[in-house]
Design a protein around this ligand. Sequence first.
Ligand SMILES: [Zn+2]
Length: 192
Amino acid sequence: MSSDNYGSLSGDGSINVGVGDFRGANVRVGGSGGEPPTFTPEELHIVRHPALGGRSIQSERLSAFSIITGICSLVGLYFTLFQAFPRPQHASLGSLFLFTFGLSVSFYVISAVLKRRRFEHLLFRKYYIEAGSQGRLHLSSFTAQCPWCQSRMHLRNVGPKNGPRQDVFLCERNPRQHTIALDPTALDEINE
Ligand SMILES: [Zn+2]
């Protein structure tokens, strides 16, 4: 292939920007090019593993619980910060209340988000909370069978620390190349 350059790289010595002409060049957008292969849940043998012995909770109960604990921790925080004596144990009590407040806020957000999305990552990058057919919330982990090497795959919430995260099945044998992004809408609904 000829690699004639039709562009110009001349300038006045400040910031020179080449006027590019990409005639004859191969420009690839997006990694390896082409769509990643897709598989159905049946082809992947996706298995849902209920955590907590299959226990579930009503989503309204979770949001009510999070509001109550949120208020309690705020009241507790107020009393430890402004009413009590400034002792070291009160500082740790204050951070405990702050922690429970943060926890209750995240529970509230999760129960609100689940009403629309029905599937959300919750714990340790491997546990997911799902809304069932009657609106109860279930905690589960997921495995599948690798379509390339038939090894076991685990669903993990992966991605950069502050960037967008994805739920991906990672192969036990080749976790770098054998990966499948999960579309949670393809999963069976939990019948209640
Ligand atoms: Zn594999």
